[in-house]
Design a protein around this ligand. Sequence first.
Ligand code: SF4
Ligand code: SF4
Ligand code: SF4
Length: 443
Amino acid sequence: MFKVSCFTVPLSIFPASKDVVLLNTATKALLPISKENWSKIQSSKFSSLDPLFLSCLRELHMVVDDSEDELEFVKRTIEQIQEHQGYLGLTLTTTYACNCRCAYCYESDMHTDTHMMDATTVNLIQRWATSFCESFHVRFLDVCYHGGEPLLNLPFILYMSQEFAKLSSRLGITLKQSIVTNGTLLTTPIVNMLVSCGIKTVMISVDGPPQVHDKRRPYWNGKSTFKDVMDNISNIKDLFDIILSVNLDGQNASSAFELLHILERKGLKKCIKISFPQVKPGMDHNAHCSQYELNPQTAVKWIGQLYRTAVISGFSTDDVLGLGFCTRRRLLSYVIDPRGNLFDCITGVGRDGFKVGTLNDAPEDVITKRRLRLRPLKPNAQSCLTCAYWPLCLGGCSEQAFVKHGSINACDCRKDFFDNWFPVAAKIKLLQEILSKAGKAHT
Ligand code: SF4
Ligand code: SF4
Ligand code: SF4
């Protein structure tokens, strides 16, 4: 016999329609079905369903075998991703220094630390990464240059990327390199060097039209960055995959629509993938973040409207149902700070609570330590045990848990947000699928 999966969430996203949309949070599958069929499923009348339809429900995990231990299924699936053998992810904080002073920067208390990754760090990273790749048979090396502003330490990026290229060629490893930058320094000579380094993806933040972006993301001396960043994006649009983040809070949410028009007018619509992450109060107790934090309902309203507008206008977006596992959840992903310390969370870089070792520690020892720090893959809290969002949430973000509850092991519960967000996200996702089939949208 069968049962409805405890991770199947019925979403009434079209109130006037005879359909309901099922979301399974373990497989991220979406399935519109009739309310009549949903009522049969709920009352376990599986034999009255069309056999082909039933097998489709089982394939998508909407319905599972009666005896299935679903928490165990989720645990096994996540373990496979977490311990993805043959993978190593390295985020290199080349420097904490930055030429900008964004209002919500989570590293604002670190910009005065001007220590740069240098030749010594290159050697340490090279030695540690080689040892890791050899010991754990790495086949895919995923490198991201981060900051502060990573391009303030261009010599390191140029040198390190050559070392990674040698390592990947010697061990037959696929190398993927990306950079997270504020976009102000992407001038033609620098861009040419990044291309020659083999960097393929550039992630940039633009927070709205000029008057709004410049208030939130000025240069260190207060001058405007919008024009420089947009000119640079236009210049690099054919050279890199560009991921553009519009960091949202109560200060800029309503004006972000104007940015979409600007990007469209500049002919950038087809060259970027856009996302709308939320700015949250962080460990540095930044007053801006507290002042402008969106409550769950308002966040859903603005983020939903922005994604919908972006999709209808023909922009590609990130996955509105969630982006998968962050660095802290992946056993084989590390953040390295300018002094060669290892961390398991990008927002926690430079903070003791997130430090897991140094480049002088053997990779085996660091992995052992990290294993102990990974969040449990089965829920502890009673509220999580019965929560259909568990596979997508797993207790939430550790950094936010620390900010809210003083412990990285506490839950950062976003149930209020999820209750409101998933019906909206499902609608956007279905819209993307329809437009994509009609050849009018990208996901
Ligand atoms: S560009 Fe990034 S590192 Fe620099 S101030 Fe802005 S958010 Fe912080
Ligand atoms: S933290 Fe909250 S949203 Fe996440 S699984 Fe637990 S109860 Fe659900
Ligand atoms: S714990 Fe939170 S801040 Fe840290 S990497 Fe994960 S999602 Fe990002």
